[in-house]
Design a protein around this ligand. Structure first.
Ligand code: NAG
Length: 215
């Protein structure tokens, strides 16, 4: 075995290539983390603003797709049934009257649902579009109708009122578990609305879907 002096070890080809690999990996990690986008399910526990006016915040549109492609759809909630746990996806459909564009949820098994004025509606027989997932999407905790910069516009209610995409934890006494219900936020009413077993449910505490690059 040949013994190398300290300077010879550092100058050896193996050491140099090892060092360059370490540098390359290091640089990759640094560049990736600086430009890394949070996954759509990431939760930011930023404190809620006390302001109620949605117009103080910058809102943006999403990209809506008219074809189903699981890899590009935005996951919203998760609902647990006796037959299993299922994701729900963000969709937008034409509401009960043609001037209303309602955000809703697509069940994993293809059923489309939304709520409007205290009722749950099915939307499979109507046109509905899927929200294209973007790596910048994040869920931000808010309450009482508040939104944040970068909130995604999910549709339009009465008199063109902007509706947003939200989700909340609903405690299901029958199964003794929490359900993450995906729904729509009506800032005027200060609540996020969704449904569980055909019954409309709402919450003043919710998370709103936003583009993290605006935060
Ligand atoms: C939201 O964005 C606007 C415009 O960029 C900015 O003036 C405002 O301070 C932001 N609000 C918050 C709470 O970050």
């Amino acid at each position: 075995m040949v013994l190398l002096s300290r300077s010879q070890i550092f100058a050896s080809p193996t050491w140099t290539s090892f060092l360059s690999i370490v540098i390359i990996i290091g640089l990759t990690i640094i560049t990736r983390s600086s430009s890394a986008s949070p996954s759509p399910t990431m939760i930011k526990n930023t404190p809620a603003y006390e302001r109620r006016s949605v117009h103080d915040f910058v809102r943006r549109h999403g990209v809506w797709l008219n074809f189903r492609d699981l890899s590009s759809q935005t996951v919203g909630g998760q609902e647990n049934y006796r037959f299993g746990s299922h994701m729900t996806y963000v969709i937008k459909t034409v509401g009960p009257d043609l001037y209303i564009d309602m955000p809703g949820k697509l069940m994993e098994w293809g059923e489309c649902r939304y709520t409007f004025e205290g009722r749950e509606y099915g939307c499979n027989e109507r046109r509905f579009d899927y929200l294209k997932n973007e790596p910048v999407f994040t869920w931000v905790e808010r309450h009482n109708g508040d939104i944040c910069n970068g909130t995604i516009i999910g549709g339009y209610g009465y008199q063109g009122e902007e509706l947003y995409i939200c989700k909340f934890e609903f405690y299901d006494f029958f199964q003794n578990t929490f359900q993450t219900l995906l729904g729509h936020l009506v800032p005027r009413l200060g609540k996020c609305f969704s449904s569980w077993y055909t019954v409309e449910r709402s919450s003043t505490e919710y998370k709103v879907l936003a583009d993290s690059s605006y935060l």
